[in-house]
Every structure is written in C-alpha cells, then in structure tokens.
Design a protein around this ligand. Structure first.
Ligand SMILES: C[S@@+](CC[C@H](N)C(=O)[O-])C[C@H]1O[C@@H](n2cnc3c(N)ncnc32)[C@H](O)[C@@H]1O
Length: 466
C-alpha cells in the first residue's frame, strides 16, 4: 500500500496494534500492509503513535500514549529506559525476550542464510538479568542530548548514547546493567570531571580533554579497573581523581589512562598509561583464571560466558589425540577451556595485548598445549602447519572475512564450532559453508538480557561428499 494513499507523513498521529517484535527491539505495526516500526512497542500493545520518519516502504514512530498495554509489558526499573540506547527491552518480560530472540535467530537463518529446518534450541537464560555486565563505556560530551532537569546543565554529559542517535550522549544517573558499586564510582568520576579545569570532549571540534570512561569489573574477585580515556596526555589532571578513587574504593585495584583521538566513545587508545595499581583484572570462568588488560576483548557477561563456553566445549567434543584451531581467540579463554581435551590448540588473534593475556592465562592455569599467533587471520591461518580436526571460530560482529572462509573451505576441518554475536553475519557465513557442512544445531545463549542482541553457538560437521 502506498503510504501517500494512507496519508501517513511526519507528525501524523495514529492508533495501532503492535503485532510483532522486529530485530533491533522495535515493535511492528501494520496499516493496510504498510509497516511502521514503533520505538518501545511491545507485541499486543494498543498504542497512539506519532510518525517520526516516513520512507517509501516503511515508517518509524514513537509512542505518545499506551492505550492498552500488552500482557507482556513490565514496568522498567531504570529511570533512563525510555530513551537510553543501552537497553531496548526493559519493558518486555524476560520469558518473551528469550522467545523472540530464538525466533529472530531462526528467521534470520532462513531469510539471509536461505537455510530451512535448522534446529535452533531454546535460549539458555542468563542467571542475572540486571547487573550482569562487567564492562561499561560512558562517553563524555559537552553537547548533551538534553538539558539536565535537576541541575540545568546544558554542556555536561557523561553517559550512554540515546536510542537511535548514536552521536548523542545523555547524562546518566545510574546504569542497572552494572554492579551498583560501579554507579558510585561513576558518580565520583563525574563530580570530579565537572569541577575540573579541563573540558569535556567535543567530537565535532575535536577539542576538549575528557573523552570516555570505562569501568571493568571482576565478579569472582569483586575488583574494579577504571580506565579514564582522554584526548591527550596530562597525567597531572587525572592524578587527584586517581587518589580519590583508590582511597575511597579498596576494590579499585587498577586505574589506567588511555589516550585516543577517536570521535566515538572508546576505551582503546593509541597508547595507555598505568596510573595506579595493577595493569590487569582477573576473572574466573569454569574454574580457570583469566587476566584481562584494559584493551583486550573479554565476554561482557562472565556468569553467562560459563554457559556459552560449556556449549562450545561440548560441540567441539575433542578427543585427546585431536588438534584444534581457535580463530579470533581474544584473551585465550576458549582455547584454554577446551585444551584439557585436546592434543594441541593454536589461537589466532589480531590484538597484541590479548595475545599477551592469552599466553599469561595459559601460564597461570598450567596449560602447556596452547600456542597463540599474533596477527590478522587472513595472513596467518595458512602459517599453521597442521590440519585441525576442530576449528572454533568466534569472530566480531562483521562475521568471518571472505578470504578466511575460502581458506577454511580449502582444508576443511571435520567440525566447526561457530560462536556468533550477530545472527545476520552468522546466516551469511552459514550460507557459504552449507555446501560443505551439515548444520547440526544452533544453541543461543542470552549474554545480553534486556537488549535484542543474540549470542549463539552453531555446530557444523563436514559432510561426507566434501
Ligand atoms: C568476539 S571476540 C572473541 C574473543 C574470544 N574468543 C573470547 O571468547 O573471549 C573477537 C576477537 O577477534 C579479534 N579479531 C578481530 N578481527 C580479527 C582479525 N582480522 N584477525 C584476528 N583477530 C581478529 C578481536 O581482537 C577480538 O579479540
């Protein structure tokens, strides 16, 4: 249906039913077949909406009034729920979140991967649905999303980006995704920065000093790393803050300063300075200790990572004589967890500090049959001299690079265990592999409650014709 015939334009007010949940967390309403994506819409809501953007094939809208709430709607505990870009589903009950995630994954495999009938198992839930994150990055901005109603500040925000506006930061009061001590630490950092003679970063002018704040937490050891990211080096400006934090919070065992000139909130600098304590934080998963530096990747929901890694270990099903390759190996957690059942594991990872962490992690866990190669997988996979029985692949959101897929198919391992945080790139890669591999099953694990993000593990077995 042509939206012009429906007379839908920007600012049109309509009354609609939310029929479905779209990947991305929005609700879908249909008017005579025309699709409207409704921010914060929950299936079975009856709502009054205002159109914010109209395109040829769809429109985007916001809710102005909930006429009849969906039975799946819950009252969000977070004061920022309506506009914070960190969580999309705080108003949706947890059972439905899990159901929608499984369905989205299955639909994506069908539509993008063009693969029907794959077994997608029910999502393994997270033990914690709030306070589960071990890492938060808050951006600093001198041009916030809105004027602070309490303080009247119009040039100060340290927080997360606004839903749908990735270039706008709002000033956060507290974030329920992290352990509450993190909120106290953040409050102290904000108070200090507010009084500081140095300015918040302005990404358009590329001016200012305070760029971002990263907090990292170890659940097992109840310890914190504070990473203050600045646009240039000025240790003296941060020193009094370091003293406040280390005096007030004995659990802050590490304060790091990363220096960056990137425009968006970031925790990875061009270089880093250690301002107090130790350079690493330690976490325990499945009985193994893992050290992480400020810049290395580590699963953000470590309690749930245990469930994820158990699935990986089961799917890998290594026999003691078998050899494995762990692609995108990060700080070595997967390699170390499967090493006990393998003859040998080789990991490949592009981040130098993560490789260093992985080597240290082997040492502290008494693992002597893992080796890590530092560099881009594209250039380094061919350097591995043995043909693996099992390949474990845990790529970033973009999925496996084309060139890497071609190399895998050239000397195909018997089993592939594919860990994915993005159903779309997973589906695309499975489509490339399906000629050679049987896709045995997919196990989603809910690493990111209250968001629409879906983590999953897929088991592929080489088909006899390949
Ligand atoms: C999703 S993380 C997986 C980390 C690890 N498997 C874990 O469970 O903690 C992806 C990792 O891939 C690495 N990476 C990204 N692109 C890469 C590339 N082209 N070559 C090698 N490693 C890469 C990143 O540095 C990151 O550590």
């Amino acid at each position: 249906m042509n939206p012009n015939e429906l007379q839908i334009t920007k600012d049109t007010i309509l009354e609609v039913n939310i029929e479905k949940s779209a990947f991305g967390g929005k609700g879908i309403a249909k008017i005579k077949g025309f699709t409207i994506f409704v921010e914060n819409g929950i299936p079975q809501d009856r709502v009054r909406i205002v159109i914010k953007r109209k395109k040829k094939r769809f429109a985007e809208a916001k809710i102005v009034e909930i006429i009849e709430p969906s039975p799946f709607r819950v009252t969000p505990k977070c004061q920022h729920a309506e506009y914070c870009g960190g969580c999309d589903w705080l108003s949706l009950n947890y059972e439905k979140q899990l159901e929608y995630k499984r369905n989205h994954l299955e639909e994506t495999i069908e539509h993008i991967g063009k693969i029907k009938g794959v077994v997608v198992k029910p999502v393994i839930p997270s033990d914690k649905i709030l306070g589960y994150r071990n890492k938060m990055i808050f951006g600093c901005s001198d041009a916030p999303y809105e004027i602070d109603a309490e303080t009247g500040d119009s040039d100060f925000a340290i927080g997360l980006h606004v839903k749908g506006l990735s270039n706008k930061v709002f000033d956060i009061k507290s974030c329920l995704l992290m352990n509450n001590t993190g909120n106290f630490i953040l409050e102290d950092i904000k108070s200090f920065i507010k009084e500081s003679e140095f300015k918040l970063y302005n990404k358009n002018a590329r001016s200012g000093f305070w760029h971002s704040v990263m907090l990292r937490y170890s659940f097992e050891y109840d310890q914190w790393m504070v990473n203050i990211v600045t646009a240039f080096k000025k240790e003296g400006a941060i020193k009094p803050l370091v003293d406040i934090l280390t005096t007030k919070y004995p659990e802050v065992i590490s304060v790091i300063n990363n220096i960056t000139d990137q425009k968006k909130p970031s925790y990875v600098g061009k270089y880093e300075l250690q301002l107090a304590g130790v350079p690493l934080l330690k976490e325990k998963i499945l009985g193994f200790d893992f050290k992480m530096s400020a810049n290395s990747f580590f699963q953000t929901n470590p309690l749930c990572a245990a469930s994820l890694y158990k699935v990986v270990r089961d799917y890998a099903n290594l026999k003691n004589h078998e050899k494995a390759i762990d692609l995108y190996s990060g700080a070595g957690s997967i390699a170390i967890i499967v090493a006990g059942a393998a003859k040998k594991v080789v990991g490949v990872e592009i981040s130098k500090s993560a490789v260093k962490n992985a080597e240290d992690n082997c040492r502290i866990n008494g693992i002597d049959n893992c080796k890590f190669i530092w560099g881009d997988i594209k250039e380094n996979l061919s350097k591995i001299s043995f043909k693996p029985d099992v390949m474990i692949i845990d790529p970033p959101r973009s999925g496996i690079a084309r060139d890497v897929l071609k190399q895998i198919i050239k000397t195909p391992p018997k089993r592939i265990v594919y860990v994915s945080c993005n159903p779309a790139s997973l589906a695309r890669d499975l489509n490339s592999l399906k000629e050679f591999y049987n896709i045995m099953e997919i196990q989603p694990v809910d690493m990111f409650p209250n968001t629409y993000h879906i983590e999953s593990v897929t088991l592929l077995e080489l088909n006899s014709a390949a």
